[in-house]
Design a binder for this molecule. Structure first.
Ligand code: PHE
Length: 453
């Protein structure tokens, strides 16, 4: 018997847990900084609701109607066709993302540890780049952190859908929300926070161009965990009473709120610490170089506050990343259980060990393997680049085409209305978006990412 999420709130929190992750707390502020602030945010929100929400609904329809892992889903819904490759591609993408995601997730464990043992105290802006590069290039330390992270994920996934994923999402997500709220209040009340707040609230549309729009859409996909069957797998655990439309809407709102709140932590705190918000200061190393320094400088006279702020922040990132790695892990675990008849514990173990090995290689690409490059990229960069710039957009495009063009309209309607028991408006608009708007828009992101635009 397949397990189900026991409650509606459990379903929402598990899916929101998948969506909320490093994408919200790390990637979103970076993209916002690079793409000009408030105007980018408005476009991003448009992308979430205009394209992200319909594609999420598609994954939900595929998952719940098939009651199968992402590869099995296409096998069941489109027997004898090549659509199964879309599912398999999703499983493969899950492997790839998980393998490098745990490297960054592992770093957050180290930073939480440094915060806990008060090792940031008294450090200056010059010290933080050194701390980071020494740590990341060390051959074994990041690997220990990564292994801890993968095993934390394994522990939850092995317990199963209800007792593992659902139960932990119900604990971790509210904790995460409380932490974010506390940090936002702390950050916006810092002296000097005002510049950061207005950066987020006053749109300057003169900076908007095609690239900004496409970046916003790419970010929306990544942040919502779309395009690889993660939410399709979770939806296969939704029960028959769950309203797909309401769940998807809740997940989109929660994910957007957390991303915005992460912005309201980072930009006010950074402006309070004297950073120029649009310069390269808020760069890719945001989470591990800029932020620990921000926390030190912003509370220069209140070391206790620096301590509490840093510790809570890294704890928050760990929680957010964990609920995402759980969902990535589950895609592969459910695939191996259902398609190859593995016991759950064994399937999870295979995924865990493989990810640890691949994760180690990704991690070493910051140290001993940094000169081993393929197509000019280190292994870590290659995994990151191929998954978010190639595999997710391709997956997302096929998912919307599958539901928009291939699946019977009656089936889609039946799923969205729970066989006529719920009233759902806008079905026509949804199908129109899935048939034309989403695939073309995604094709746009895709070509842009390949620098063909
Ligand atoms: N959405 C996750 C985040 O924001 C990342 C992710 C992408 C997770 C794809 C699963 C699948 O961090």
């Amino acid at each position: 018997m397949r397990e189900n999420f026991g409650s509606k709130i459990g379903a929402v929190l598990a899916a929101a847990g998948s969506a909320v992750g490093l994408g919200n707390i790390w990637r979103f502020p970076i993209e916002t900084g690079r793409n000009g602030g408030a105007a980018f945010i408005l476009i991003y929100i448009g992308c979430i609701f205009l394209i992200g929400l319909p594609v999420m609904l598609s994954e939900f329809v595929i998952g719940r109607s098939s009651q199968a892992n992402t590869a099995g889903a296409y096998r069941k819904l489109a027997p004898g066709t090549q659509w199964k490759w879309v599912g398999r591609l999703g499983v493969f993408t899950g492997f790839v993302i998980m393998s490098y995601y745990v490297v960054v997730a592992g770093w957050t464990i180290q930073y939480a540890w440094l915060a806990l043992t008060n090792q940031f105290a008294g450090k200056t802006a010059e010290d933080f780049p050194v701390i980071f590069s020494q740590f990341a290039s060390n051959p074994w330390q990041p690997i220990v952190c990564l292994v801890i992270f993968v095993w934390l994920t394994h522990y939850v996934v092995v317990k199963g859908v209800t007792r593992g994923i659902e139960r932990w999402s119900k604990v971790l997500m509210p904790m995460l929300f409380i932490l974010v709220m506390g940090l936002v209040i702390g950050a916006v009340s810092m002296p000097g926070a005002k510049a950061g707040i207005s950066f987020l609230l006053q749109p300057d549309f003169s900076k908007v161009n095609g690239g900004v729009v496409l970046n916003a859409m790419g970010q929306a996909f990544y942040s919502l965990s779309l395009g690889m069957g993660c939410l399709c797998t979770y939806a296969s655990y939704f029960n028959r009473q769950t309203s797909l439309a309401r769940t998807a809407l809740n997940v989109c709102v929660i994910d957007t709120l957390i991303a915005l709140m992460a912005g309201f932590i980072i930009f006010p705190a950074a402006s309070a610490a004297g950073y120029h918000l649009q310069s390269g200061d808020i760069g890719a190393s945001l989470l591990f170089i800029t932020l620990p320094n921000v926390f030190q400088q912003a509370f220069a006279h209140l070391p206790l506050l620096s301590y509490v702020f840093s510790l809570l922040f890294y704890l928050l990132v760990i929680l957010a990343a964990l609920t995402s790695t759980i969902s990535l892990h589950e895609v592969v675990t459910s695939y191996m259980t259902e398609e190859f008849g593995f016991r759950r514990s064994r399937a999870a173990l295979v995924e865990t060990v493989t990810c640890m090995l691949l994760g180690c290689i990704c991690s070493l690409s910051f140290g001993p393997l940094q000169n081993h490059k393929l197509a000019g990229m280190t292994i870590f960069d290659l995994f990151d680049w191929t998954s978010s710039n190639l595999l997710l957009p391709i997956g997302g495009m096929f998912i919307s085409i599958f539901v928009g063009w291939y699946l019977k309209r009656e089936l889609v309607k039946g799923e969205l209305t729970n066989n006529g028991t719920l009233r759902v408006r806008g079905l026509r608009v949804l199908i129109f978006i899935l048939r034309f708007v989403a695939p073309l828009a995604i094709l746009g992101i895709f070509l842009n990412q390949l620098h063909l635009f």
